[in-house]
Write a protein that binds this ligand. Structure first.
Ligand code: MOS
Length: 725
C-alpha cells in the first residue's frame, strides 16, 4: 500500500541540490535571445511603428511585429487576443514587437530602439462604468462590454425575503492578486530532430499550449511539441499563454533555438491577475436561523480579453450562495471588459471571492441573530440530497460539510473561544485585541459545466516472472504541487509494486496524449483515475502473459451540464471538496497591524494519497490566502500597474505566516475518485479571507467589506467606528 504514505517527493533531492532544471535553466547551443516590447499603456492607438533602427542594431537577427504572426490571435476562453498588437492597445501588457538577437543584452538594447508613436486614448477602468449604456466598447466581440452574464434563479426571492425575520445586506469588494510564483515566465524553443517546433516552457496543460501555438502558427498539431520540465509554481497563472507562442514563432521562423526569461517586472506586467469583484449580497433568514433567500450580484473585471474570465465567473456564480441550502436564490454574475490588466485563473477560480461575500454574510447574520456562527452553519450547510442553487443535488456520496465544520470547530477549541476574544494580549506588550473567526466552503473538482472531463495515461509493465519496471506515461504538469509523486503512488498502489519500480515519462506532447490541465484541483482525481485505469488494463494483460504488458486508458468522467441560460439550472460538476477554517488573529489597535496567530483547517480530501503533501498544500494555501487578505496590495491607477515588482507588491514573508496551521485531514470517500480521492489544492484557500475578517471583527467590533487589511485601512476604519459612537 503506497496510498496514504507520506513518501518523499520524487523531485525533492534534485530540487534541493539544484540539479532540477526549470525552463530558465535549459540552454541549447547556438540559442538566440528574445525581448518583448510591451505597450505599457492601457489604451492607445498605434499611429506609427518603426523597427528599422532595431533591425540594424548589433547582434539583432530579426524583429517580429504583428504581420509576422500567421494567425494573430490566441486565448483559452475565446481567441480574442492578438499575439502581437500593432493596432488598438487595450492593456499595459499588450505585446507590440519581439526582438531576437545573439545576446540578451543586444535584444534589450535593440528593443529600446523601436519607435512607436501612440495616440493615447482614455481608458475605462471601472467595470461598473463599462457596463453602462453608451460606454466606450473595449473589444469588438463584446458589445456593451459584458463578456458574460450568468443568471441563476431558484425559487422566488421576493416571497422568500417576505418570510425573513432578519436580512443582511452588504456590498463587498475583493482585490487583485498576483501569483508571485517563484520562477517568472521563461523557456526555450527549437526545431527538434523530427522537425517539430518544440517549446520547453512552464505551463499547466501541455496539450492546450500545443494547440494554441499550432493555431497561431497555422501548423498541424503534430508539428508542434510542448515539454514541461520542472515548473516554479503556477496557481492558475500559467493557464494562459505568456511566452509559449512567441518562442515558437521565433524558433519556427528563424530555425534556431530562441530563449527568453522574463524579469519579475515583466512577469507581473505580462500575465493575468486574480479578478477583482464587486459583490452585492442580500441574505435573509428566519429568527431561528434557517436561511430563506439570497440575492446576489457579482461584477468581475476581466480586462480587455476573456482569458478564463467566463469560466471563473461560472465558479463565482455557483459559489455565490455559499455552501448552503437556500430555497430561494437569485444570482446575476457579470464579467466585464475594461482597459485594466487582464485577469484569469488563480487558485480557487472565483470561489474565494464568492465565498468571502457569502461567508461574511453568514457571520454577520449570526451576529444579528445572536447565534453562534458554527451553529448557524450546521443548521444550513448542504448535505446529501440538498439542492444547490442550480437545483440539483451534490454527487459523490457523503457531503461532508457538517463533518468539516464540526471537526474544525472542535480541533480549534471553538466553544472555548470566549476565553480568547476581546482580551488584551499579554504577549505583545502593546494594546492589541484578539479575536476568532470561522468560515467554510465547497469547491468543484474539474472543469465540468458541460465540458467532458477526461485524462489519458499509458502504462508499460516490464519483467519476466514478476514486474521489474513500470513506465507511466502521463501529461500532468508538475508545477510544484507534487502531481508526479502522487500519480506514481497511485500507479504503485494499483499494481501493488514498490514506488522505486515506477518510472514517469511525463508532460511531453510527443510522448503522451492530453491529461488535461493541472487546474481546478482535478489532477489527483481525474489524472489519478486515468493512471489507475491504465494500470488495471496493463495488469490484466500481464496476467495473460503479455511481455511487456502495455495499456492505454482514457478516463471519461460522468457527464455534466452547463448553466441553463435563463435559470442556471444544471448538473454542473462531477465532484466536490469540502473545507472549514477557524482563525485566531491579533490586531494592534495602535498600528492597525493584523497578525494571524493560528489557523485550523479541516479538509475532506476523500482519501489522502500523501498526507504530508496535503499538509503542505494546506499550509501553502493558508499563507497565500492570508497574503490576499492582509498583506498583498496590487495597486492600479488609470489602467497602469503601480506595483510591478516584489519590493512594492509585498507577499507574506517568514515573519508574517501564522504561528500555527493545524491541518485536520478528513477522508469521506468520493464515489468516483480513485480509492475515494477528492481534489484539495484550492480548497484551503477559499474560506480564509472570510474567517480572518470575522476574527478581526471579533477583535475590534468592525466589519471590513473590502480588503487587503493594510494597517492604514484597519486603523482608519477603527477610528471611524470610534468617532461614530
Ligand atoms: Mo487553477 S485557478 O484552476 O489553475
Amino acid at each position: 500500500m503506497t496510498l496514504g504514505q507520506s513518501l518523499t517527493r520524487l523531485d525533492a533531492r534534485a530540487k534541493v541540490t539544484g540539479d532540477a532544471l526549470f525552463p530558465g535553466d535549459v540552454n541549447i547551443p547556438g540559442q538566440l535571445w528574445m525581448k518583448v516590447l510591451f505597450a505599457r499603456r492601457p489604451h492607445a492607438r498605434i499611429k506609427r511603428l518603426d523597427i528599422s533602427k532595431a533591425q540594424a542594431a548589433p547582434g539583432v537577427v530579426y524583429v517580429f511585429t504583428a504581420r509576422d504572426v500567421p494567425v494573430n490571435e490566441f486565448g483559452l476562453g475565446a481567441k480574442d487576443a492578438p499575439v502581437l498588437n500593432n493596432d488598438e492597445i487595450r492593456w499595459v501588457g499588450e505585446k507590440v514587437a519581439l526582438v531576437v538577437a545573439e545576446t540578451e543584452k543586444q535584444a534589450e538594447h535593440a528593443r529600446d530602439l523601436i519607435e512607436v508613436e501612440y495616440e493615447d486614448l482614455p481608458p475605462i477602468t471601472d467595470p461598473r462604468e463599462a457596463m453602462k449604456p453608451g460606454a466606450y466598447q473595449v473589444h469588438p466581440h463584446y458589445p456593451g462590454n459584458i463578456i458574460k452574464h450568468i443568471p441563476i434563479r431558484k425559487g422566488d426571492v421576493e416571497q422568500g425575503f417576505a418570510q425573513c425575520d432578519v436580512i443582511v445586506e452588504s456590498e463587498y469588494h475583493t482585490p487583485y492578486q498576483e501569483h508571485a510564483y517563484l520562477q517568472p515566465e521563461a523557456g526555450v524553443a527549437y526545431i527538434d530532430e523530427q522537425g517539430r517546433v518544440t517549446v520547453i516552457v512552464g505551463g499547466q496543460w501541455t496539450h492546450e499550449d500545443q494547440s494554441q501555438i499550432a493555431h497561431a502558427l497555422a501548423l498541424p498539431l503534430d508539428q508542434v511539441r510542448v515539454i514541461y520540465p520542472n515548473v516554479g509554481g503556477a496557481f492558475g497563472g500559467r493557464e494562459d499563454m505568456s511566452v509559449q507562442i512567441i518562442l515558437a514563432l521565433a524558433a519556427y521562423k528563424l530555425r534556431r533555438p530562441v530563449k527568453i526569461i522574463w524579469s519579475r517586472e515583466e512577469s507581473i506586467i505580462g500575465h493575468h491577475k486574480r479578478h477583482p469583484m464587486w459583490i452585492k449580497h442580500k441574505l435573509g433568514a428566519t429568527r431561528d436561523g434557517k436561511l430563506v433567500a439570497a440575492q446576489i450580484q457579482i461584477i468581475s473585471d476581466a480586462g480587455p480579453y476573456v482569458y478564463t474570465s467566463a469560466k471563473v465567473l461560472g465558479n463565482a456564480a455557483f459559489g455565490a450562495a455559499g455552501p448552503y441550502e437556500i430555497p430561494n436564490v437569485r444570482v446575476d454574475a457579470y464579467t466585464v471588459a475594461t482597459h485594466n490588466i487582464v485577469t484569469g485563473a488563480f487558485r480557487g477560480f472565483g470561489a474565494p471571492q464568492a465565498h468571502f461575500a457569502a461567508e461574511t454574510q453568514i457571520n454577520k447574520l449570526a451576529e444579528k441573530l445572536g447565534m453562534d456562527p458554527v451553529e448557524l452553519r450546521l443548521k444550513n450547510v448542504l448535505r446529501e440530497g440538498s439542492l444547490l442553487s442550480t437545483q440539483t443535488p451534490l454527487p459523490g456520496g457523503t457531503v461532508s460539510l457538517p463533518q468539516v465544520v464540526s471537526e474544525c470547530a472542535e480541533k480549534f477549541g471553538w466553544s472555548k473561544r470566549s476565553a480568547v476574544s476581546g482580551q488584551q494580549s499579554a504577549v505583545s506588550g502593546r494594546r492589541s485585541a484578539v479575536g476568532v473567526g470561522f468560515a467554510c466552503a465547497l469547491k468543484n473538482i474539474g472543469f465540468s459545466f458541460g465540458y467532458q472531463e477526461n485524462a489519458w495515461a499509458k502504462v508499460e509493465l516490464h519483467g519476466g516472472a514478476e514486474i521489474e519496471q513500470v513506465i507511466v506515461y502521463h501529461a500532468a504538469a508538475e508545477v510544484g504541487q507534487g502531481a508526479h509523486t502522487v500519480l506514481a503512488q497511485i500507479a504503485a498502489n494499483a499494481l501493488n509494486v514498490p514506488i522505486e519500480k515506477i518510472e514517469m515519462r511525463v508532460a511531453d506532447t510527443a510522448m503522451t496524449e492530453s491529461s488535461g490541465s493541472v487546474s481546478a484541483s482535478r489532477m489527483t482525481y481525474i489524472g489519478g483515475n486515468a493512471v489507475k485505469g491504465a494500470c488495471e488494463l496493463a495488469l490484466k494483460k500481464w496476467h495473460d502473459e503479455e511481455r511487456p504488458a502495455i495499456a492505454e486508458y482514457k478516463y471519461l468522467a460522468p457527464k455534466t451540464t452547463n448553466f441553463d441560460p435563463e435559470t442556471g439550472k444544471s448538473k454542473p460538476n462531477i465532484a466536490y471538496g469540502y473545507v472549514a477554517q477557524a482563525v485566531e488573529v491579533e490586531v494592534d489597535t495602535e498600528t492597525g497591524f493584523v497578525r494571524v496567530v493560528r489557523v485550523t483547517c479541516a479538509d475532506d480530501v476523500g482519501k489522502a494519497v500523501n498526507p504530508r503533501m496535503i499538509e503542505g498544500q494546506i499550509e501553502g494555501a493558508v499563507v497565500q490566502a492570508q497574503g490576499w487578505t492582509i498583506q498583498e496590495n496590487f495597486i492600479t491607477k488609470d489602467g497602469y500597474v503601480l506595483t510591478p515588482n516584489l519590493s512594492t507588491y509585498l507577499i507574506p514573508g517568514v515573519l508574517d505566516v501564522p504561528e500555527r496551521v493545524d491541518s485536520v485531514i478528513l477522508e469521506y470517500p468520493d464515489s468516483d475518485g480513485p480509492w475515494g480521492v477528492r481534489g484539495m489544492a484550492e480548497m484551503p484557500f477559499i474560506p480564509l479571507a472570510a474567517a480572518i475578517i470575522a476574527a478581526v471583527h471579533d477583535a475590534t467590533g468592525v466589519w471590513f467589506d473590502e480588503f487587503p487589511l493594510t494597517p492604514w485601512r484597519v486603523l482608519e476604519k477603527i477610528k471611524r467606528a470610534k468617532d461614530a459612537k
